[in-house]
Design a protein around this ligand. Structure first.
Ligand code: FAD
Length: 474
């Protein structure tokens, strides 16, 4: 083994956490090395956020072409060449975005080492295996001594007993890369990943069944929001079976049979593919953390302070391997905080205004507190709601389902504590509400902000009007 090479700031993993930390650290004047064992861009760009949104978009386009008669447009029944859809997703979306990240790393003079990092101590790691030597050669003997380390190794899908990922039993990555549109598609787990892909394949023509263990899909969103999505699912013919314990999957080369039980009574579904999306596991088990003094807590999550600093002062952890929602924009934020902390800046993570989005039909988004979260914290709140059915833009888009809700303090100040949107454009609309929550605005601030007409943003202002007691279009 060669002598240890000395490095300044080293980052393990080039997903949203790792690559953003690298860019920010370089901007702050640090010399930066990133070690990545897979693909630059991590889960998000390669097999997560980005390709899933591309497939969802393809599904919407296909469905819209089928439903064009609503607007008096006559078309021939659309057909789809799914291999071309997959090709477009990979080459025009994923490859384009990942090569953009590679360019940014190059621009910031970040050294990228391809290989798997394993920690040897609080200051040393080895790169134990290498990928194609596209950047710098990481010989099997490469040992690095670092001043500071940011761990950003992300997460992987959880496998459950009876559902080994092979053949027609797939994880979300398999679900994104199917060679064909399944006629029958079973999704085990109705969290946001399962629900999004269920919707995409339903729009592409699959008959989809979601098998969910709890009493509702999307348990992280308010029940009245989920109801809007369930009603759309019903229209699309998606079957949702709740309170269902997934037991096993048996497959041959043509199909897979899924057995599940509701109230102890077993039933089966035969499908082309069964996708299991029941959660993700932090990639902290094979990292050599036992050779360090880094404390690992429940579920393999690394314990960190507000700056992302672990129990070892020169080691930071960010993204899916620390507590909080496993979302790319959370990893982005933590990345900047950790890089800033290494530079000696007084950065801190603050999760009051972290939004969460599910790209279902229609989209759902939430930021800050929900009414029930406020109640659990003993905070008295008021809620103000405005439906998209009262919004000209939503109606002209033929997407009138859903609402905007503001959660404010019960006093006359109506300080904004949280907000939820279910409906068209929710994923974009939540950004305004995040800004408002983060800036400590109240309902009057929003009500006095002129929103353009006719746009999907108006229900936010209308809900604020409701909150202060002067509703206009309701
Ligand atoms: P990752 O993106 O997992 O990156 C970690 C990187 O570290 C990987 O590239 C891995 O190869 C590398 N690595 C691991 N161990 C080592 C090692 N020992 N040595 C070297 N390299 C290593 N989030 C959203 O915000 N919005 C969405 O719409 C969204 N959609 C999603 C859809 C799907 C289908 C999935 C699966 C996830 C989605 N997410 C979404 C979640 C999002 O992808 C993750 O929260 C995000 O990728 C986490 O970033 P990260 O940097 O922590 O880890």
């Amino acid at each position: 083994m060669s002598d240890a090479e000395k490095r300044d700031t080293v980052i393990i993993g080039a997903g949203p956490g790792g690559y953003v930390a690298a860019i920010r650290a370089a901007e702050l004047g640090q010399t930066v090395t990133v070690i990545e064992k897979g693909n630059v861009g991590g889960v998000c760009l390669n097999v997560g956020c980005v390709p899933s949104k591309a497939l969802i978009n393809a599904g919407h386009r296909f469905k819209e072409a089928q439903d064009a008669s609503t607007f008096g447009i006559t078309t021939q029944a659309p057909s789809i060449d799914f291999s071309k859809t997959q090709d477009w997703k990979q080459k025009k979306v994923v490859d384009r975005m990942t090569s953009g990240v590679k360019m940014l790393l190059k621009k910031h003079k970040v050294e990228v080492v391809e290989g798997e990092a394993v920690l040897d101590s609080n200051t040393k790691l080895r790169v134990v295996s290498t990928g194609p030597k596209q950047f710098m050669s990481a010989d099997d003997g490469l040992t690095i001594e670092f001043k500071n380390l940011i761990i950003a190794t992300g997460s992987r899908p959880v496998e459950i007993p009876g559902f080994k990922f092979e053949g027609r039993v797939i994880d979300s990555t398999g679900g994104l890369n199917l060679p064909e549109i399944p006629k029958e598609f079973v999704v085990i787990g109705g969290g946001y990943v399962g629900t999004e892909l269920a919707g995409a394949y339903a729009n592409l023509g699959s008959h989809v069944t979601i098998v969910e263990g709890t009493d509702s899909i999307l348990p992280n969103f308010d029940k009245d929001m989920v109801k809007v999505v369930l009603s759309q699912m019903k229209k699309k013919g998606i079957d949702v079976i709740t309170g269902a314990m997934a037991k096993k999957a048996e497959q041959d080369d043509k199909s897979v049979t899924v057995t599940y039980a509701v109230d102890g009574k077993e039933a089966t579904i035969k499908a082309d593919y069964c996708m299991v999306t029941v959660g993700r596991k932090a990639n902290t088990d094979d990292l050599g953390l036992e050779m360090t003094d880094v404390k690992v807590g429940d579920h393999g999550l690394i314990e960190v302070d507000q700056q992302g600093r672990t129990s070892v002062p020169n080691i930071f952890a960010i993204g899916d391997i620390v507590a909080g929602p496993a979302l790319a924009h959370k990893a982005f934020f933590e990345a900047k905080t950790a890089a800033g902390a290494i530079a000696g800046n007084k950065t801190a993570n603050d999760w009051v205004g972290v939004p969460a989005v599910c790209f279902a039909d229609p989209e759902l988004a939430t930021v800050g507190l929900t009414q029930s979260e406020a109640k659990d914290k003993g905070i008295e709140v008021s809620t103000a709601k405005f439906p998209f059915a009262g919004n000209a833009r939503a109606v002209s888009l033929d997407q009138p389902d859903g609402f905007v809700r503001l959660v404010t303090t019960k006093d006359d100040d109506h300080n904004l504590l949280g907000a939820q949107v279910v409906g068209p454009g929710a994923s974009d609309l939540i950004a305004e509400l995040s800004l408002a929550v983060n800036s400590g605005m109240n309902a009057e601030d929003i009500a006095l902000t002129i929103h353009p007409h006719p746009t999907l943003s108006e229900p936010i202002q209308e809900a604020a009007d409701v909150a202060i007691g002067f509703p206009t279009h309701i």
